[in-house]
Structures are given as C-alpha cells and as structure tokens.
Design a protein around this ligand. Structure first.
Ligand code: ZN
Ligand code: FE
Length: 270
C-alpha cells in the first residue's frame, strides 16, 4: 500500500514510495518510529509523510549528485538532524559519511544492513546500496538500473555501465530492486522491440500496465526479473546482440559494443 494513501497512524515496518516531481520515487524505510530515505530530491513530500506517521528521520542515503536526488537534503537535515550518507567522489549539498565500494551501513534499530557498490556510468561516482532490510534482500540503485532499462550515460562509458550492471547481476536473484524513477512502461515498449519473443517480458509488461492503470508503482522489480527481461542486463544473449547489430546495421564485436548500440537505440526510441 502506498504511504501517501494512508491518512495517519504507524506504518508497518517496510519500504514505501514517496512520490516527488513527475516520476521520482523517494524510498522511505521504516521500522517502529524510525525512518530512512533514499535520494530525497524534494523535502516537502518526505516531511509530510514523516509527520503523518509520526516518524523520526535518522538517515538519508544518496546514490549520486543529481538535483532530483539531493534537492531536499539540506532542508531535511535542518528539520530532522538526520545523518547523510553519500558517494565519496561526488559533490553533494551535505555528507556526514562519504562512502565507496566495500563500505557498509549498519543500523540494527532500523533493521538495516547495507553494503556499498561503485556503479559508475550515469554519473562518475554513482554508488548503490545492497544488503538486508527487515530480513529481506534489497537494492537501492538510484539511476543506474531501471526496470527493463538503465540510466543515461552522462558521465561514463558503455564499458563502465556494463561493468556496473554486471555487479548488480551477481546479487541474489530474489533481491528487490528499488529504482529511483517510474520509467518502467516506456522501457518495456523499447525492450519488446529488442526482444519481441521474450515471454517473461510480455507477462511482466501486462502486470506493469495493470499497476499503472491503478496508479500503483511498478516497483520494486527483482534481480531475477531484470536478468530475464532487461536488454541492458542481457547484452551477452545472442537474441539481444543480434537485434542490436540489426539496429546499428553493423557488426558488433564485443558485449561493450552491443551495450553502446542498445543505449543509442533506447536514446532514439519513440
Ligand atoms: Zn540521475
Ligand atoms: Fe534521476
């Protein structure tokens, strides 16, 4: 159930979407009276959710420096005193604890235990958080991995992004994937063009359409779903490589070249 649909009262421990801008999700993790948020691009919707459910914000987790992910940080810190975690190599409004691959965050009172992965590509210093919340495997991947898609390469190369997604591909398949945008349906229209014969993708698209018809998020997805359906996670599948070569009208010799062609295809897909 959506946090914003509940009028008042304590939330059961879990992860809730707080909507921001037109298609961002600020993920709110809560356990008892405590809460953390990931990538608060705006403060007002978070403050409103905290107030309605009588929650104390203790931690803010950032994945990368873009304004739609960090715009609410300063105000939230002023209002709540929350601690800010973020990528060590990016310029952020505030950061109490700079993180890089191999670092971890443990907050037993929240039921949170996450490790940090360096996932450059969308931005040069982008990080992802993966581990356990509330007893289940989770991934907060910002704008690196989207359901059936991936982030645009603003500061990185296809080889870097392919390598970053390769790290995420090794996570447990049951890991819930909390992406930062609701891009799923448009990604899936393109993914169907890449792999028209992918039945798992076809079934997932029907479910996602149902969710959007009811104004529900399509997220989280799972690593298993992404491995089965996301062309950017499938550059080594012959069907995907062949489709990319057909679109590019040239031979693509390496997975990196396939990845680069897919990214171009998606950028130009209408
Ligand atoms: Zn971004
Ligand atoms: Fe974004």
């Amino acid at each position: 159930m959506l946090a914003e649909k509940i009028v008042t009262g304590q939330l059961t421990p879990g992860i809730y979407p707080v909507r921001a801008f037109s298609d961002n999700y600020i993920w709110l993790l809560t356990n008892g009276q405590l809460a953390a948020v990931v990538d608060p691009g705006q403060s007002a919707p978070v403050l409103d959710t905290l107030k309605r459910h009588n929650l104390n914000l203790v931690s803010i987790l950032l994945t990368h420096h873009h304004q739609d992910h960090v715009g609410g940080v300063s105000d939230l810190v002023t209002q709540t005193g929350a601690r800010v975690f973020g990528p060590a190599t990016e310029v952020l409004p505030l950061c109490d604890r700079p993180l890089q691959e191999g670092d971890s965050i443990d907050d037993p009172s929240l039921g949170l235990s996450l490790g940090v992965l360096d996932v450059p590509g969308h931005t040069a210093g982008h990080i992802a958080y993966s581990g356990i919340f509330n007893g289940a495997p989770v991934l907060f991947c910002g704008d690196t991995l989207f359901a059936a898609g991936c982030g645009r390469l603003f500061e990185g190369t296809p080889a870097q992004m392919d390598n970053s997604l390769g790290k995420l591909a090794t996570l447990p398949p049951e890991t819930s994937v909390y992406c930062a945008h609701e891009y799923t349906l448009s990604n899936m229209r393109w993914a169907r063009a890449v792999e028209p014969g992918n039945q798992a993708l076809e079934r997932w698209q029907e479910q996602a359409q149902q969710a959007r018809n009811h104004d529900q998020p399509t997220l989280p997805s799972s690593i298993a779903q992404e491995l089965a359906c996301n062309p950017f996670m499938r550059v080594r599948q012959p069907t995907v490589a062949h489709a990319a070569a057909q679109w590019a009208q040239c031979t693509l010799a390496t997975p990196t070249e396939v990845f680069a062609a897919l990214r171009e295809w998606k950028n130009n897909f209408r």
